[in-house]
Ligand binder design. Sequence first.
Ligand SMILES: [Zn+2]
Ligand SMILES: [Zn+2]
Length: 184
Amino acid sequence: MKLDLRPLLAENIRILPVDFLLPPPAEEDMAPNLYGVRFPSDLQVQGEITNTAGYMRMSLSAAIPYIAPCARCLEDVTGTFSFRFEKTVAPAKLLTNIAEEDADDYVIVEDGFLDVDEQLLEMLTLEFPSKLLCREDCAGLCPQCGKSLNEGPCQCSKQETDPRLAPLAAWLERHKADKSEDET
Ligand SMILES: [Zn+2]
Ligand SMILES: [Zn+2]
């Protein structure tokens, strides 16, 4: 979305409201940390750009619904991911004065227009959690038979408990029982 900043630059207005939808990244453009993540609808971008005596500040919040595999059991996890996008807005001609390490704090206006789509998608990629869980205590899959242990123990665990690990297994069972009592 190309935002027209000319009224703001001309100081005809002091606050420019921002409200638009941005299509999610195409599957082939998804970074590795978004592997398996689906975005069923657009990124909702809302906020404003303010001009205070020539100092322009962009303050946006972005939110997107997602469906992602649980990092342990691969079941679908659904939710809405949101993040903030706060930048100083600088005209292109001032860019040369900005030190390279500070460049991330800026968005650049060219010929009165500002396009932050790419930066928003980049931020979505960077900030999106790399590990989502269907629930805090997801038991995951059995590494041997692949059964989801959230549905109860599989046959493998009954057959092959290493005797040396038996005390640990017993402790874990007790711990689980205590925990579920706490929760009820
Ligand atoms: Zn899970
Ligand atoms: Zn198993």
